[in-house]
Design a protein around this ligand. Structure first.
Ligand code: PMP
Length: 376
């Protein structure tokens, strides 16, 4: 024990800095219409997951303000004690209906939902099969469960079949973890094939719908559908939709629900108002994907499958430099670097919103064509 805490931190930071992997918290004031103020400049942000621009919708803000005034700023306790305010209960009913499920459970965040779900359903002696590009919190929940975790190559179905076959008879339960829309690549899992396989082997499937809800056609529904309130719904929080017995079990067993304070009522009320808008304004919900496709067509990239489009750069330094060059032209497109993405696949992750105009999308595409002509 020779190293001081600060010396350790400085040493680690220097390593991150020299690999262009140090992260910084940059003060960013988001406004309506995809505006983001940084360092005194107002930029057009293509780095928000507010796909429908609902975080600034006056109806969403009014719903949050009303709940805030009526129920207070915080929930006051775990949901199982006194932190289960009326907006949370109403939101669960609406989420379940939206997803065609019997019931829903609202968590403090999507990350907390994924930390709670797998460990409540599987454990030592069970099997988890997870897509290699699954979100960090899917991996965290999988590892916390104590089940055997096998990683399959991105969107491949055969390794799932092989894994289920290999362990048939030796594990009690098998759980497949994937995403409807992958957060950093914007592509979509082959859910019909995966769900058919799961059924054939009596395995269970959890689909993370964080980036799909409200902005892509869901296609097939998994028995376990989780997601977040923080992207299309413009608020904060997470959820799981499933059958009534599964939700009842999770209510007793998911530690990230039982031992943490309930989501603030205002966040639930905002998400509920946003869900209303998602359901009643389909033309708005279709817009981010249409804009993403306009962008990929203009740059000659593969057609967008979701509102998320990766512009692959490769080296972390180069991704940072491209992001900075775009920022100088008024666009905020944050560079995504390892370990969020695999080494050598640093990129700009471009996220489209109903709040963007066609002219803004075209201007970004043209700036990229000029700054990174090999990307077209
Ligand atoms: N799953 C995926 C696929 C995500 O992208 C995210 C957020 N980045 C989460 C879960 C976590 O959701 P939250 O932000 O609500 O914690």
């Amino acid at each position: 024990m020779s190293e001081s805490l600060d010396a350790f931190a400085r040493h680690k930071l220097a390593g991150l800095e020299s690999a262009a992997l140090r992260r910084r918290l940059v003060p960013t004031a988001r406004g309506p219409a995809a505006a983001a103020e940084r360092g005194g400049r107002t930029l057009v942000s293509f780095s928000c997951n507010d796909y429908l621009g609902l975080s600034h919708d006056p109806r969403v803000i009014a719903a949050a303000a009303e709940a805030l005034a009526r129920y207070g700023a915080g929930s006051g306790a775990s949901r199982l004690v006194t932190g289960n305010g009326p907006p949370l209960v109403a939101l669960e009913e609406r989420l379940a209906r939206h997803k065609g499920k019997e019931a829903a459970l609202v968590f403090g965040s999507g990350y907390l939902a994924n930390l709670g779900i797998a460990p409540a359903l599987v454990g030592p002696g069970d099997l988890i099969l997870i897509d290699e590009l699954g979100h960090s919190c899917l991996f965290a929940g999988a590892r916390m469960s104590g089940a055997r975790v096998e990683v399959f190559s991105h969107n491949a179905v055969e390794p799932i079949r092989a894994g289920l076959r290999r362990h048939r008879g030796s594990v009690r339960r098998a759980l497949i973890l994937t995403e409807r829309v992958f957060s950093m690549d914007g592509d979509r899992a082959p859910l019909p094939e995966i769900l058919a396989l799961a059924e054939a082997f009596d395995a269970w499937t959890l689909v993370d719908d964080a980036h799909g809800l409200g902005v892509v056609e869901p296609g097939a529904r998994a028995p376990l559908e989780m997601g977040t309130l923080s992207k299309t719904l413009g608020s904060y929080g997470g959820y799981l939709c499933a059958s009534r017995p599964v939700i009842d079990l999770l209510t007793s067993r998911a530690r990230s629900l039982v031992y943490t304070t309930g989501l603030p009522p205002a966040s639930a009320a905002a998400a509920l108002a946003a869900l209303d808008i998602v359901e009643t304004e389909p033309e708005r919900a279709a817009r981010p994907l249409a804009l993403a496709r306009r962008f990929t067509a203009r740059l000659g990239l593969p057609e967008a499958q979701s509102p998320v489009v990766p512009v692959l750069v490769g080296a972390a330094e180069a991704a940072l430099a491209l992001s900075e060059a775009l920022e100088a032209r008024g666009f905020l497109v944050v560079a995504i670097r390892p370990p969020t993405v695999a080494p050598g696949t640093a990129r700009l992750r471009v996220a489209f919103s109903a709040a963007h105009s066609e002219a803004q999308v075209d201007a970004l595409a043209d700036a990229l064509a000029e700054l990174a002509p090999d990307k077209r």
